[in-house]
Design a protein around this ligand. Structure first.
Ligand code: SF4
Ligand code: SF4
Length: 436
């Protein structure tokens, strides 16, 4: 019977890891559909960003209470995985509490620590559920989150509560079995939290306790495998992608916009025709219409978005009632990238589906952006919605000549007068004469 359980467990673990790897490779392929962008300069600053922004969650500490709550969930996720390692090895080898004989008292200390963290995770998840569904913070009731995104957040919080409850119940049943001297249940000493639950199991016969302990063990590990495979479909993918995203974040000051090299070259060759290469090909296109025209970092941003809405809450366009929501820009980019990825998976190559990013994002949204960078400043996982907005706007204006009349007048003035106003540059100093 034991060997059957081991085979079943191994098959489950291999299937879970295989499916997860397959989906992660599809996401990697989708991200690499973006155009190339070299973001490998200054590695020491990039590592610092990774530790401060992703690991240390630096931006979250602007609100210490929320930061501590996030940190509890995050630390719980990472640290309790050490315990999952033992569960996996036990499942494969047919052992029970494999590490106990090797580390003795330290084992009990670690399980106690995990249990305290598990209680912390349950409390924080409950608080987050209340914030989302009862208090209804403004950024969580926005229409950006209608449908699946709202359910996604709730599903994850509820799953974490269930997983932690299973962990504590499993330990309580285990401890009860230890106390009646059941075979295969070695003495671990008292557990900090689950021991409180032990009296609930007092009246139960040994075989029922074993059934409860084994059921919780299996449900706990099946839940973890299911959670792992849910990640690629969820905003919670950010718990993995926040790290590369922080590493590859742009290092330039926020207000510095990427120059359009092709446009700069045009101006340079106009002023110094002798520098123009004779075989220079015209630029293929300006800006971005679809995900292929964005950079791989923009696409990594889309997959890393936690849909927290801090960007939208700080966006002056959104605050003043405009249609623009930088969170929606990221969600739309991800939706389009997912659709393109499915198209490629189904057809072995991309077959034109008559859609692009403008099928998701409207001109009105794009025009509302003031390029203030508040969204970039606020984002806890180093995302730049502004980069995508600028690329789409460049396409609108330079490819489709789609700009309001006022903007066209300004463009003409800049081209002719080197300033947004209609005055000749020769007249620029005239105001000084009026002073004399
Ligand atoms: S840069 Fe644009 S999208 Fe971002 S906060 Fe400012 S106005 Fe909003
Ligand atoms: S872009 Fe950043 S701030 Fe905006 S919703 Fe996504 S993770 Fe949150």
């Amino acid at each position: 019977m034991q060997i059957v359980q081991q085979i079943l467990f191994a098959a489950l673990a291999i299937a879970a890891v295989w499916l997860f790897t397959k989906n992660i490779l599809i996401i990697r392929r989708n991200i690499l559909l973006g155009r190339d962008e070299n973001l490998t300069d200054n590695p020491s600053r990039r590592w610092k960003n990774l530790f401060l922004l992703a690991f240390g969650q630096k931006k979250m500490f602007r609100n210490p209470l929320v930061a501590v709550m996030h940190f509890v969930i995050y630390a719980g996720f990472i640290i309790i995985n050490i315990e999952v390692l033992e569960i996996v090895l036990d499942g494969m080898l047919g052992t029970h509490r494999l590490f106990l004989p090797y580390i003795g008292g330290l084992y009990t200390f670690l399980i106690n620590f995990f249990e305290i963290l598990a209680v912390g995770v349950i409390i924080v998840c409950l608080v987050f559920l209340i914030r989302r569904n009862i208090i209804k913070l403004k950024r969580f009731i926005s229409k950006d989150l209608n449908g699946w995104p709202r359910s996604d957040a709730n599903y994850i919080l509820i799953t974490e509560i269930i997983l932690m409850t299973l962990f504590l119940t499993m330990n309580a049943a285990d401890r009860s079995l230890q106390l009646i001297g059941s075979e295969h249940y070695p003495q671990t000493g008292r557990f900090a939290v689950s021991s409180v639950l032990v009296p609930l199991f007092d009246f139960m016969p040994e075989n029922l306790l074993v059934t409860i302990e084994r059921s919780c063990w299996w449900l706990h590990i099946i839940g973890i495998f299911a959670f792992l495979n849910y990640l690629p479909y969820s905003k919670h993918l950010h718990i993995l992608l926040a790290f590369p995203n922080a590493y590859y974040a742009k290092l330039e000051p926020l207000g510095e916009m990427d120059n359009m090299q092709s446009v700069q070259n045009e101006v340079k060759y106009m002023m110094q025709p002798e520098l123009a290469p004779t075989d220079a090909a015209p630029p293929a296109k300006f800006g971005a219409k679809d995900v292929f025209d964005l950079s791989w970092k923009n696409l990594l941003d889309a997959y890393s978005c936690t849909e927290c809405g801090r960007c939208t809450a700080a966006c002056p366009a959104n605050i003043t009632g405009k249609l623009l929501s930088p969170r929606k820009i990221m969600m739309d980019t991800r939706d389009r990238l997912e659709a393109v990825g499915k198209n490629i998976s189904a057809n072995k190559e991309f077959k034109d589906d008559g859609r692009n990013l403008f099928s998701h994002i409207t001109v009105e949204e794009l025009r509302a952006c003031t390029t203030c960078n508040a969204c970039v400043q606020e984002c806890p996982v180093s995302i730049s919605p502004l980069d995508i907005i600028l690329e789409l706007r460049r396409s609108l204006i330079m490819e489709d000549s789609n700009a309001p009349q006022e903007w066209n007048v300004m463009f003409g003035n800049i081209e002719n007068n080197f300033a947004p106003w209609k005055f000749s540059p020769d007249d620029r100093d005239k105001w000084v004469e009026e002073l004399n």
